[in-house]
Design a protein. Structure first.
Length: 261
Protein backbone atom coordinates (compact mmCIF):
# COMPACT_ATOMS: atom_id res chain seq x y z
CA UNK A 1 0.00 0.00 0.00
CA UNK A 2 1.12 3.55 -0.62
CA UNK A 3 0.01 6.76 1.06
CA UNK A 4 0.73 10.42 0.40
CA UNK A 5 2.92 12.20 2.91
CA UNK A 6 3.70 15.86 3.44
CA UNK A 7 6.05 17.71 5.72
CA UNK A 8 5.62 21.32 6.81
CA UNK A 9 7.39 23.68 9.20
CA UNK A 10 4.88 25.26 11.60
CA UNK A 11 4.93 28.54 13.55
CA UNK A 12 7.40 30.04 11.09
CA UNK A 13 7.52 31.65 7.66
CA UNK A 14 11.02 30.30 6.97
CA UNK A 15 12.01 26.82 5.85
CA UNK A 16 14.12 25.04 8.47
CA UNK A 17 12.58 27.20 11.19
CA UNK A 18 9.67 26.50 13.51
CA UNK A 19 8.67 22.89 14.16
CA UNK A 20 8.53 20.26 11.41
CA UNK A 21 5.62 17.83 11.27
CA UNK A 22 4.74 15.03 8.90
CA UNK A 23 1.16 14.79 7.68
CA UNK A 24 -0.35 11.55 6.34
CA UNK A 25 -3.90 11.67 4.89
CA UNK A 26 -5.79 8.38 5.20
CA UNK A 27 -9.09 7.08 3.83
CA UNK A 28 -9.57 4.95 6.97
CA UNK A 29 -7.55 4.43 10.13
CA UNK A 30 -4.57 2.14 10.10
CA UNK A 31 -3.86 0.08 13.23
CA UNK A 32 -2.31 2.29 15.90
CA UNK A 33 0.79 0.08 15.90
CA UNK A 34 1.29 0.78 12.19
CA UNK A 35 0.88 4.55 12.62
CA UNK A 36 3.36 4.39 15.51
CA UNK A 37 5.92 2.68 13.27
CA UNK A 38 5.43 5.33 10.57
CA UNK A 39 5.97 8.06 13.15
CA UNK A 40 9.11 6.34 14.43
CA UNK A 41 10.39 6.01 10.86
CA UNK A 42 9.74 9.71 10.21
CA UNK A 43 11.60 10.53 13.45
CA UNK A 44 10.00 13.97 13.76
CA UNK A 45 8.47 15.43 16.91
CA UNK A 46 5.03 14.53 15.55
CA UNK A 47 3.40 12.78 12.65
CA UNK A 48 -0.27 13.72 12.15
CA UNK A 49 -2.77 11.31 10.59
CA UNK A 50 -6.23 12.41 9.51
CA UNK A 51 -9.32 11.08 7.78
CA UNK A 52 -12.23 13.09 6.40
CA UNK A 53 -15.71 12.86 7.89
CA UNK A 54 -17.95 14.79 5.55
CA UNK A 55 -16.90 18.42 5.89
CA UNK A 56 -14.84 17.74 9.05
CA UNK A 57 -11.81 15.63 9.92
CA UNK A 58 -10.62 13.20 12.57
CA UNK A 59 -7.04 13.85 13.67
CA UNK A 60 -4.43 11.89 15.65
CA UNK A 61 -0.80 12.66 16.50
CA UNK A 62 2.14 10.33 17.18
CA UNK A 63 5.63 11.10 18.49
CA UNK A 64 8.38 8.57 17.69
CA UNK A 65 7.47 6.83 20.97
CA UNK A 66 3.74 7.26 21.64
CA UNK A 67 0.36 8.66 20.62
CA UNK A 68 -0.06 12.07 22.25
CA UNK A 69 -3.20 13.74 23.57
CA UNK A 70 -2.72 17.22 22.05
CA UNK A 71 -0.37 18.78 19.53
CA UNK A 72 -0.48 22.34 18.22
CA UNK A 73 2.22 22.52 15.58
CA UNK A 74 1.13 19.31 13.80
CA UNK A 75 -2.47 20.57 13.80
CA UNK A 76 -1.34 23.83 12.22
CA UNK A 77 0.77 21.92 9.70
CA UNK A 78 -2.18 19.65 8.82
CA UNK A 79 -4.43 22.66 8.26
CA UNK A 80 -1.75 24.28 6.11
CA UNK A 81 -1.55 21.19 3.89
CA UNK A 82 -5.34 20.95 3.61
CA UNK A 83 -5.61 24.60 2.58
CA UNK A 84 -2.59 24.79 0.26
CA UNK A 85 -2.20 21.28 -1.19
CA UNK A 86 -5.50 19.42 -0.85
CA UNK A 87 -8.03 22.00 -2.02
CA UNK A 88 -9.85 22.77 1.23
CA UNK A 89 -11.72 26.00 0.54
CA UNK A 90 -13.77 26.82 3.64
CA UNK A 91 -12.54 29.44 6.11
CA UNK A 92 -12.46 27.13 9.14
CA UNK A 93 -11.47 23.49 9.67
CA UNK A 94 -12.97 21.35 12.44
CA UNK A 95 -10.73 18.56 13.73
CA UNK A 96 -12.27 15.92 16.01
CA UNK A 97 -9.73 14.36 18.35
CA UNK A 98 -9.74 11.45 20.78
CA UNK A 99 -8.84 13.33 23.97
CA UNK A 100 -8.86 17.07 23.23
CA UNK A 101 -12.37 17.39 21.81
CA UNK A 102 -13.00 19.47 18.71
CA UNK A 103 -10.19 21.80 17.64
CA UNK A 104 -10.57 24.43 14.95
CA UNK A 105 -8.14 26.20 12.65
CA UNK A 106 -9.09 29.40 10.84
CA UNK A 107 -7.10 30.80 7.92
CA UNK A 108 -6.76 34.50 7.12
CA UNK A 109 -4.22 35.38 4.43
CA UNK A 110 -1.06 33.48 5.46
CA UNK A 111 -1.97 33.21 9.14
CA UNK A 112 -3.55 30.20 10.83
CA UNK A 113 -5.37 30.54 14.16
CA UNK A 114 -5.76 27.48 16.38
CA UNK A 115 -8.56 27.33 18.96
CA UNK A 116 -7.40 25.01 21.77
CA UNK A 117 -8.37 24.27 25.38
CA UNK A 118 -6.79 26.38 28.11
CA UNK A 119 -4.90 24.36 30.72
CA UNK A 120 -4.41 26.58 33.76
CA UNK A 121 -1.29 25.55 35.70
CA UNK A 122 -1.11 25.47 39.49
CA UNK A 123 1.76 25.73 41.96
CA UNK A 124 3.10 22.32 42.90
CA UNK A 125 5.80 20.55 44.85
CA UNK A 126 9.07 20.15 43.01
CA UNK A 127 9.70 16.49 42.06
CA UNK A 128 12.89 15.06 43.46
CA UNK A 129 15.74 15.44 40.99
CA UNK A 130 13.94 17.81 38.61
CA UNK A 131 16.08 20.89 39.28
CA UNK A 132 19.29 18.89 39.02
CA UNK A 133 18.15 17.34 35.72
CA UNK A 134 17.13 20.67 34.18
CA UNK A 135 20.38 22.41 35.21
CA UNK A 136 20.97 26.15 35.26
CA UNK A 137 19.70 28.67 37.79
CA UNK A 138 16.87 27.72 40.15
CA UNK A 139 13.43 28.79 38.87
CA UNK A 140 11.38 31.34 40.79
CA UNK A 141 8.20 29.22 40.51
CA UNK A 142 7.32 25.61 39.69
CA UNK A 143 3.82 24.78 38.46
CA UNK A 144 2.05 21.84 36.88
CA UNK A 145 -0.77 21.20 34.43
CA UNK A 146 -0.16 18.37 31.98
CA UNK A 147 3.51 19.39 32.07
CA UNK A 148 5.79 20.90 34.69
CA UNK A 149 6.37 24.62 34.21
CA UNK A 150 9.56 26.22 35.53
CA UNK A 151 9.39 30.02 35.62
CA UNK A 152 12.69 31.90 35.46
CA UNK A 153 13.67 35.46 36.20
CA UNK A 154 15.05 36.27 32.74
CA UNK A 155 15.12 35.07 29.13
CA UNK A 156 18.86 34.47 29.44
CA UNK A 157 18.20 31.91 32.20
CA UNK A 158 15.94 29.93 29.85
CA UNK A 159 18.47 30.10 27.02
CA UNK A 160 21.28 28.89 29.31
CA UNK A 161 19.58 25.62 30.30
CA UNK A 162 21.42 22.42 29.35
CA UNK A 163 19.24 19.57 30.63
CA UNK A 164 20.35 16.03 31.39
CA UNK A 165 17.78 14.37 29.13
CA UNK A 166 18.34 10.85 30.46
CA UNK A 167 17.64 12.02 34.00
CA UNK A 168 14.73 14.19 32.89
CA UNK A 169 13.01 11.28 31.13
CA UNK A 170 13.01 9.31 34.41
CA UNK A 171 11.44 12.16 36.40
CA UNK A 172 8.62 13.38 34.15
CA UNK A 173 6.51 11.12 31.91
CA UNK A 174 5.34 14.20 30.01
CA UNK A 175 7.04 17.54 29.38
CA UNK A 176 8.97 20.23 31.20
CA UNK A 177 8.44 23.84 30.12
CA UNK A 178 10.95 26.57 30.94
CA UNK A 179 9.63 30.12 30.59
CA UNK A 180 10.38 33.76 31.41
CA UNK A 181 9.42 37.26 30.35
CA UNK A 182 10.86 37.98 26.92
CA UNK A 183 13.32 40.65 25.91
CA UNK A 184 11.47 41.27 22.63
CA UNK A 185 8.13 39.57 23.37
CA UNK A 186 5.73 39.11 26.26
CA UNK A 187 7.25 35.75 27.13
CA UNK A 188 9.61 33.07 25.87
CA UNK A 189 9.78 29.35 26.47
CA UNK A 190 11.56 26.09 25.79
CA UNK A 191 9.98 22.63 25.98
CA UNK A 192 11.64 19.32 26.85
CA UNK A 193 9.91 15.94 26.59
CA UNK A 194 12.57 13.20 26.38
CA UNK A 195 10.18 10.52 27.72
CA UNK A 196 8.24 10.84 24.43
CA UNK A 197 11.40 10.56 22.33
CA UNK A 198 11.85 14.32 21.86
CA UNK A 199 14.67 15.92 23.82
CA UNK A 200 13.71 19.49 22.93
CA UNK A 201 10.60 20.27 20.90
CA UNK A 202 11.27 23.30 18.66
CA UNK A 203 7.82 24.97 18.96
CA UNK A 204 4.99 23.54 21.06
CA UNK A 205 1.36 24.58 20.76
CA UNK A 206 0.21 22.32 23.61
CA UNK A 207 2.74 23.95 25.97
CA UNK A 208 1.19 27.32 25.18
CA UNK A 209 -2.17 25.98 26.37
CA UNK A 210 -0.48 26.22 29.80
CA UNK A 211 1.63 29.32 29.19
CA UNK A 212 -1.08 31.61 27.81
CA UNK A 213 -3.34 31.54 30.91
CA UNK A 214 -0.29 31.84 33.18
CA UNK A 215 1.22 34.87 31.45
CA UNK A 216 -2.18 36.49 30.79
CA UNK A 217 -2.70 36.60 34.57
CA UNK A 218 0.87 37.65 35.38
CA UNK A 219 0.98 40.45 32.79
CA UNK A 220 -2.65 41.53 33.10
CA UNK A 221 -3.37 41.22 29.37
CA UNK A 222 -5.20 38.72 27.19
CA UNK A 223 -3.32 39.24 23.91
CA UNK A 224 0.29 38.09 24.02
CA UNK A 225 3.26 37.76 21.69
CA UNK A 226 5.56 34.78 22.30
CA UNK A 227 8.73 33.18 21.04
CA UNK A 228 9.82 29.61 21.67
CA UNK A 229 13.58 30.09 21.80
CA UNK A 230 14.79 26.71 20.57
CA UNK A 231 17.51 26.51 17.95
CA UNK A 232 14.84 26.53 15.20
CA UNK A 233 12.82 29.26 16.95
CA UNK A 234 9.09 29.83 16.55
CA UNK A 235 6.74 32.80 16.83
CA UNK A 236 3.16 32.80 18.14
CA UNK A 237 0.48 35.46 18.57
CA UNK A 238 -1.66 34.33 21.48
CA UNK A 239 -4.98 35.23 23.09
CA UNK A 240 -6.82 33.99 26.16
CA UNK A 241 -10.58 33.64 25.55
CA UNK A 242 -12.28 32.22 28.63
CA UNK A 243 -11.48 28.53 28.84
CA UNK A 244 -9.92 28.53 25.36
CA UNK A 245 -6.66 29.82 23.94
CA UNK A 246 -6.02 31.12 20.44
CA UNK A 247 -2.59 30.61 18.86
CA UNK A 248 -1.80 32.19 15.52
CA UNK A 249 1.20 31.39 13.34
CA UNK A 250 2.44 30.68 9.85
CA UNK A 251 3.64 27.54 8.08
CA UNK A 252 5.65 26.54 5.01
CA UNK A 253 5.64 23.29 3.02
CA UNK A 254 8.91 21.39 2.87
CA UNK A 255 8.12 17.99 1.34
CA UNK A 256 5.54 16.11 -0.72
CA UNK A 257 5.87 12.42 -1.45
CA UNK A 258 4.64 8.86 -0.93
CA UNK A 259 5.29 6.18 1.64
CA UNK A 260 5.03 2.43 0.97
CA UNK A 261 4.03 0.02 3.68
Amino acid sequence: MKFPIYQADAFTDQLFGGNPAAIVPLKEWLPASKMQKIAAENNLAETAFFISQGENFELRWFTPELEIDLCGHATLATAHILFTELGYSREIIHFHTLKAGTLTVTKKDDLYTLNFPSRVPHLCEIPEGLLGAIGGKPPIEVLNSRDYILVYEAETDVLALKPDFTALAKISPMGVIATAKGNHSDFVSRFFIPAAGINEDPVTGSAHCNLIPYWAEKLGKKELHAYQVSARRGELWCELKGDRVLMTGKAVTYLKGEIYI
